[in-house]
Design a protein around this ligand. Sequence first.
Ligand code: ADP
Ligand code: MG
Length: 559
Amino acid sequence: MVKQEFKAESKRLLEMMINSIYSKREVFLRELISNASDAIDKIYYKALTDDTLTFDNDSYYIKVSADKDNRILTITDTGIGMTKEDLENNLGIIAKSGSLAFKSENELKDGHDIIGQFGVGFYAAFMVADVVTVISKALGSDEAYKWESEGADGFSITPHEKESVGTEITLKIKENTEDDSYEEFLEERQLKAIIKKYSDFVRYPIKMDVSGQRPKEDSENELEDYQEEQIVNSMVPIWRKNKSELTAEDYENFYNEKHYGFDKPIKHIHLSVDGSIRYNAILYVPENMPYDYYSKEYEKGLELYSNGVLIMNKCADLLPDYFSFVKGMVDSEDLSLNISREMLQHDRQLKLIAKNINKKIKSQLQSLLKDEREKYEEFFKSFGRQLKYGVYSDFGTHKETLQDLIMFYSSKEKKLVTIDEYVSRMPEDQKYIYYASGESNERIEKLPQTELVSDKGYEILYFTDDIDEFAIKMIGVYKEKEFKSVSSGDLGIEADESQNNTESEENENKELFDFMRTILSDKVKDVRVSKRLRTHPVCLSTDGEVTIEMEKILSAMPD
Ligand code: ADP
Ligand code: MG
């Protein structure tokens, strides 16, 4: 028997993952059960397109059994199974998801997909087990194989006997140490609780042999031992459940189970719509930005189910770009299972759902802003740029949606404020909404151009993102107030002394001013006396629409 080495980088990844990705050891069971459920889903899909296959509900299940004396936990499924090559490829290379490959191999219609595509779930088993054994027989194959591994050392694959198609995963549960007990993964009651907690909504039955004592039927006082097979999960998907039955923890568990993120969601939105179109949806606003969020790699989208069956992993049409951070799923009975991606784009039902969802997200963000300000600010720090980008690029159609959700740092409040808050406390004599652009709040604070406005007691919004000025140019006027850069020539503030006065000062020093104008002729348009400065000797100002900061950004852009 030849032991194959894990690919070198896999070793380190395995250790890293075991120690960092999963905060709780018990989630290993969730991972193995979701793989089992994926494997049954795969047969389901095959049956949809292959007439020789039928999907008989009763023959598909997942079974969890524990042998306490031998410290063995077994997870069996009647799913699609794995060939020798599958075992080698899917369980030998960490972060290579067989489920992703399944899609292309089977040339499933574009749009079909299977839940798993992260490619690390299986290895969670090593958090609780010293040895993991996988015995599997693939659909349509006569041979079965055994994959075995003790963790980072590598794995072996040998032929093995197995009658029925499917997979049996055996974990040799670790011995207890002084600090750590693994006993719960061998106890019937605890296992049941873990399954309930993480896998209750799995569509296929999760069975366990349950034993105990109960009163004898014909006698009230006598007890009898019993052992029976029970279905542990309710099989009702969480999104079909009543909101009142669910706790915040249930939603959090679902978020983690689905790998929507490894953080905690900041808000969940559960929708059950029963109107002209029927659908259920669970949506999340994440707390942290995914590492690739502002990169090209990031793919927006929601999982799309048709009557409980996943048909697409990331349906992009359900989310506008400015809400691309939203995670979650939509299930609708009114969508056809065999729908393709091209068809989806034109699907009227889907458009309706998208529109509806969009409205809900907006109103939920508004109430988050209103009722849980701190949380909203946290959210805005991660995803605010995306909202501002939305104001800029989608403004024609989404003015109302977005302008009240964006925030800027305020010179007065020393924190993020909305435009509405700014306008509502403007003194009567203040004509404009003032803003100053710069690299950072600290830099802006030192800008000489801010002095006059600040001295007047007016608030200034600090623009530190490239997109900020472009975004407010799209808003143009907010509640009849225009935006004004503090570096613009005409600030609409009456200076204490009259214009004549500056002119006379300029005339008195005509030689000096002419000299400066000549020296700086290729750099500035004019040199003037300014009344707006207090502590700085000089500042730059603009007289057009484009401010100095915008000019910088524009000239940095490729033509
Ligand atoms: P993911 O589920 O994200 O793809 P995993 O590490 O959980 O990643 O699993 C890796 C791959 O191993 C799966 O994609 C699948 O191809 C295969 N696999 C794991 N468990 C099973 C199983 N019980 N039946 C069939 N295939 C499985
Ligand atoms: Mg998985």
